[in-house]
Design a protein around this ligand. Sequence first.
Ligand code: DX5
Ligand code: ZN
Length: 214
Amino acid sequence: MIISPSVLSANFLELGKDVEMLNESQAEWIHFDVMDGMFVPNISFGLPVLQHVNKIAKKVLDVHLMIEDPGRYIDAFKQAGAEILTVHYEACTHLHRTVQQIHQSGMKAGVSLNPHTPISVLEEIIEDVDVVLLMSVNPGFGGQKFIERTYDKVKQLKAMIVERNSKAIIEIDGGVNLETGAKLKECGVDAVVAGSFVFNSENPSETIAKLKAL
Ligand code: DX5
Ligand code: ZN
């Protein structure tokens, strides 16, 4: 599986050091959680921080927008260094247009679903997206408990992707550790986000290697 450590759990006073650690690690992507205090009840960081991370990051910048009406900021995130831009189904009135705009900007397009949102809402968009990011916690905070229903959603999503011959890859976000990660791999997940499990561990780089070895 592709490992995408979430810098939401990094040490913001030493963010550069943490990004350098990720550069040297087995992580392929760096997950960057943008929160607006409206779509989710928390405010994290945004464009200026991403611009700085982009100056030193050697990994793919996997940007997860937890913001209302993300279509307003697509080009700005491209300029700041995003390579994968994921928006929430629940935050987009014109999701198809937003996905098109992400592609026109030259990025891979991701669509994320909250835990209560059924897989079936992706039926008319699954052929157009590169990544489906399933939330396995309610978005807004790191360090929450994995919602077990997610395994079933992964299976449903996998079936839809195969049936529709979509190229979309499945990424899971929230509560990922060695135990949940192993089960997700069994279900056919392609990429996992891990925040607190990586950054709260004694040796984050070794923890990434362990997730990679699942
Ligand atoms: C939650 C964010 C996640 C978060 C995951 O809203 O989207 O990316 O960083 O954190 P952990 O891995 O600690 O659940
Ligand atoms: Zn995220």
